[in-house]
Ligand binder design. Structure first.
Ligand code: BTN
Length: 271
């Protein structure tokens, strides 16, 4: 890792949200690429106004600060995708998982299929669903119509045992600990593996190269029946792929193509 690539890397014991810390650092003028992680967040934030909670030490919680001046506003979504892809590879390496244990669930969740989490209870009734391993929250500040700063936060269920999963999430989440059959997950090693993979991917993005192939191939939804929450609408259809220019999810609804630019996949029938 080139030293000058990261402007600041800091670990905090407890914080409200690493997103807030990173936004303040950038507002004070800190250069990119900066990283802040924490053992505990007292007010962790998820997508769509949700809270994000993990017991102390169970998850890798971090925010990355960028100043992606050359990135078009319409490509801002690629920052979250780049962070997700770097973390997916890092997580497979740090947890000793086989390639293709982890997938992406549009837009940027990292998921595993239930077969990979063999010891865990499974939902019955609606067919096997992807299990969430990590979630990504991307927040962008614009100035004069251009991206000034961006903060991408990621929370990875690392050394989190299934017996401690919250009851309401236990059937829809897993952790690297469970996927690696109980092996302890070293969060520092996971962070190092991630930073080493983020650097070349972000250097690529700076010069207009995004890993479209890797991002498209990893979409767990492609070829599957999905149900989506899109604002106040609910949509069911066949996910047929993703669009590299806009980042949209492409779904056939009653035989008609729809482009979904933002929303949440609430079901994805794996079989
Ligand atoms: C999601 O809803 O799936 C996104 C979750 C993002 C959580 C991470 S944890 C580190 C960073 N700090 C936050 O407050 N949120 C993000």
């Amino acid at each position: 890792m080139a030293d000058e690539f990261f402007s600041r890397i800091e670990h905090l014991a407890e914080v409200d949200s690493t997103q807030r810390v990173m936004r303040e650092w950038l507002a004070e003028g800190l250069a990119e690429v900066a990283v802040v992680s924490a053992d505990v967040q007292t007010a962790g934030r998820g997508r769509q106004g949700r809270n994000w909670h993990a017991p102390p030490g169970a998850a890798l919680l971090l925010s990355i600060g960028f100043r992606p001046t050359a990135l078009a506003v319409g490509h801002a979504w690629r920052l979250g995708a780049t962070v997700s892809l770097a973390m997916l590879d890092a997580a497979e390496a740090a947890a000793g998982l086989k390639d293709d244990t982890l997938w992406l669930k549009w837009p940027n969740d990292i998921v595993a299929t239930p077969g990979a989490a063999a010891g865990q209870l499974m939902a019955v009734g609606r067919g096997p669903q992807p299990l969430k391993v990590a979630g990504v929250l991307g927040e962008v500040e614009l100035k004069d119509g251009l991206i000034e700063t961006a903060v991408v936060g990621i929370g990875v269920n690392a050394d989190w045992r299934a017996i401690h999963f919250p009851a309401e999430l236990a059937l829809s989440m897993t952790s690297l600990h469970e996927l690696s059959a109980g092996r302890p997950i070293d969060r520092e090693q996971l962070l190092d593996e991630f930073l080493a993979r983020l650097e070349p991917r972000y250097e690529g993005l700076r010069t207009g190269r995004f890993d479209v192939g890797g991002w498209s191939r990893k979409q767990v939804t492609t070829g599957r029946q999905v149900e989506l929450d899109v604002g106040s609408r609910s949509i069911s259809g066949l996910a047929v792929g993703v669009e590299p220019e806009s980042g949209a999810l492409l779904v056939e609804v009653d035989g008609k193509p729809e482009r979904i630019e933002s929303g949440e996949v609430v079901r994805c029938r794996l079989r």
